[in-house]
Design a protein. Structure first.
Length: 395
């Protein structure tokens, strides 16, 4: 991430609202129009900055106890790739607890993603997509049904036409005259989540013109517990993709090394796309003080200090079907490395040293631990250490 991008992020964050959607006009109890902040600005290593606009029309029909119908749309333009993206969708209540969703969009999708949640600009530390390099360009149509009860259950089918925007270690841009590798597909995705932090998704389908089946399972547990003195967060994730599954539906365990922000649920000392797995386990635990060490504010200049110390430990392991003794595999013209001997990262820091507007800024350090015989071990101690900023919106 460049210095200009970091400065831009610093400037934008205090302008963020306290919610993803900001109402412009209308009555929330009847019909209202909202701006979606998630589509105002985003960043990745392929597009650089993307600027756009998202909107939502929320309507309360006099059926099904006035449950809300949503019409969502967005557009965006990438400054590096000079391409427009956008989408339009509707979410319609069809039963007392069920919602039907239909959407069409043209956008970029992260290859080998292991995320079960979407992009949210108001949660800065979750935006590890900032260092995404391997993307696919999809024009897709989606139909899905969600049932909300004790468990939230979903079934979604989508079909897409698209291209891979990467090959080996190279990013592919149509404006540069590169031939983009074709990859179309059709998928069925079944999902489940509860209110205690558990979520899972099963994806089944196929890609073509080189026909390859897709069978993938991803599950995670994400729970934060606040007590009087300490707050603990536990994140556990695991996934399985069947042999023969295309790279785009495997699991990218690469980290965010090189970015200045301490992100959640990722390896801070691993390079983007450094690790890939067909079968993996990932875990992280964080302990912080529930209350700041002190509270200090200068309201007239919107500055303050509310420091919260924390320690955390992150670890990952993974394997590739058909890997060699070094955990390496050349697959679909990509050199892949699995963390087959494991990797761990202890980290510590202080959040909230400086409060500017709605944002608490702090500092952190993480250290990379690997077996010395691992092919991805770094021999010089200093290269295993990374210094970071922490960022958190305060509502």
């Amino acid at each position: 991430m460049t210095r200009k991008t970091l400065i831009l992020l610093l400037l934008l964050v205090p302008l963020c609202s306290q919610a993803q959607h900001v109402r412009l006009f209308g009555n929330p109890a009847e019909t209202a129009f909202y701006v979606d902040l998630d589509h105002v600005w985003s960043y990745n290593l392929y597009e650089a900055s993307r600027w756009g606009l998202g909107a939502r029309l929320a309507m309360h029909p006099k059926i099904l106890d006035r449950r809300t119908t949503y019409i969502d749309g967005y557009v965006g333009y990438g400054l590096r790739d000079t391409k427009w993206k956008g989408g339009l969708g509707i979410k319609l209540p069809v039963t007392q607890k069920g919602t039907l969703a239909v959407s069409v969009k043209r956008d970029y999708v992260k290859a080998a993603s292991r995320s079960l949640s979407g992009y949210n600009i108001t949660n800065i530390s979750s935006l590890s997509a900032f260092v995404t390099r391997r993307l696919c360009d999809h024009l897709e149509a989606t139909v899905g049904y969600t049932h909300i009860g004790r468990w939230t259950l979903g079934a979604e089918g989508h079909i897409y036409m698209g291209h891979r925007l990467f090959e080996g270690g190279t990013l592919l841009y149509a404006v540069d005259g590169d031939k983009l590798p074709r990859e179309d597909g059709a998928m069925l995705r079944l999902s489940a989540s509860d209110r205690q932090g558990f979520s899972a998704a099963v994806t089944l389908g196929a890609t073509w013109p080189e026909v390859k089946p897709v069978a993938r399972v991803l599950a995670q547990y994400d729970k934060t517990s606040k007590r009087k003195v300490l707050t603990t967060t536990l994140f556990i994730q695991g996934g399985f993709s069947a042999p023969g599954t295309p790279y785009t539906y495997m699991f990218d365990l690469g980290g965010t090394y090189g970015a200045p922000i301490c992100f959640n649920h990722t390896l801070q000392t691993a390079l983007p796309n450094e690790f890939t797995a067909s079968l993996f386990a990932f875990a992280g635990a964080k302990v912080s003080t529930t209350k700041p060490l002190w509270n200090f504010d200068l309201h007239k200049v919107q500055l303050g200090s509310h420091p919260v110390p924390f320690v955390q430990l992150t670890a990952a392991w993974g394997t590739l079907w058909g890997q060699d003794g070094n955990g390496q595999l050349f697959y679909e013209w990509l050199p892949l490395q699995a963390p087959h001997m494991g990797i761990a990262e202890p980290a510590a820091g202080i959040e909230g040293l400086l409060r500017w507007g709605l944002t608490d800024w702090g500092i952190a350090a993480a250290y990379r631990l690997t077996p010395p015989q691992a092919p991805y071990a770094r021999l010089e101690a200093i290269t295993n250490l990374t210094l970071l900023l922490t960022a958190k919106l305060i509502f």
